[in-house]
Write a protein that binds this ligand. Structure first.
Ligand code: NAP
Length: 284
């Protein structure tokens, strides 16, 4: 495994395993499989409803706590100082641990400044090793970097070959925030796994389109957390440290960038209404 160093010196694996839309026993089985094939980072969230399954799998794996980098996220319904504070302790209980490696603000809505202060406090208390944000577009990220006491260590945003986040990446670099990709395969949209450019490049290295897509991201200094419920694909998605894309390969993949979201755009008022309604109705 290769690692990035976050802005507080904490080391984070460049590839982790994401558990969005994987519930209960299936989640526990998947995390055990992922750990078995060699993942040492797991990405969950309060809103995924599977923190307890992740905690249970970690416990059953027999791995030492410090061998696995655990990320979770504070949901919008906990976006205030008091609620976030209580929710951090609840996440710790769910995950069966006394510290979380990285805690993120899931969405830049509600009183996320209050939630961020609760994370800063938990960081100082040793409950969190690093804190950061998710879905913070450059305007929100710059605001937080300018006014919060601690600069976020990570910003997890939609990033894949069709939405490469070039401008956002430059601002993350400027402020010392590690860029992390969610949806590194765009959840398979736009035939990501059969894209002819990715397949063609993969043929040169005996790698799949999926592996090329992930390799492109880690060579672009982006941490990835692909999700698969299939153990062979989990292993495939981790097997990306034994080849290197050339500048020519990278230029060809850069040309796939459409520069816009395939899911939702936080600058669109209708999307903001939809997401904030989720924050009010999905209470965790
Ligand atoms: P993703 O990783 O882009 O794509 C997952 C899809 O790709 C699944 O349908 C999976 O199918 C398929 N797949 C995986 N590896 C494959 C391979 N080698 N060949 C062919 N198909 C493959 O989507 P995601 O789960 O949305 O994103 C990854 C993680 O990012 C999530 O699990 C979550 O932890 C995080 N996330 C965060 C946010 C946020 O707001 N912060 C939002 C979305 C996601 P199978 O499972 O059937 O293999």
């Amino acid at each position: 495994m290769e690692y990035v160093s976050l802005n507080n010196g904490v080391k984070m694996p460049k590839v982790g395993y994401g558990v969005f839309q994987v519930a209960g026993e299936e989640c526990e089985r998947c995390v055990l499989d992922a750990l078995d094939v060699g993942y040492r980072a797991i990405d969950t969230a309060q809103s995924y409803g599977n923190e307890a399954a992740v905690g249970s799998a970690l416990h059953k794996s027999g791995l030492a706590r410090d061998e696995v980098f655990l990320t979770t996220k504070i949901w919008m319904s906990n976006a205030s100082y008091e609620k976030a504070r209580a929710s951090i302790d609840k996440s710790l209980r769910n995950l069966q641990t006394d510290y979380i490696d990285l805690m993120l603000i899931h969405q830049p809505f509600g009183d996320y400044y209050g939630a961020y202060r609760a994370m800063e406090e938990a960081y100082r208390a040793g409950k969190l090793r690093a804190i950061g944000v998710s879905n913070f577009y450059p305007d929100r990220l710059i605001d937080l970097c300018q006014f919060a006491e601690m600069t976020p260590a990570v910003n997890q945003v939609e990033t894949h070959v069709y939405q490469q986040q070039k401008t956002a990446h430059e601002y993350m670099k400027k402020y010392g925030v590690q860029h992390e990709a969610w949806g590194p395969f765009a959840e398979g949209k736009k035939n990501c796994f059969t894209n002819p450019v990715l397949v063609g490049i993969g043929e040169k290295y005996a790698k799949s389109a999926a592996q090329v897509a992930l390799r492109f991201l880690i060579q672009s200094d982006v941490v990835v957390i692909p999700k698969s419920t299939h153990k062979d694909r989990m292993a495939q998605n981790l097997d990306i440290f034994n080849f290197t894309l050339t500048e020519e390969d990278i230029d060809a993949i850069r040309a796939l960038d459409e520069g816009q979201s395939l899911f939702f755009n936080h600058y669109d008022p209708a999307t903001v209404e939809m997401l904030t309604n989720m924050g009010k109705t999905r209470i965790v």
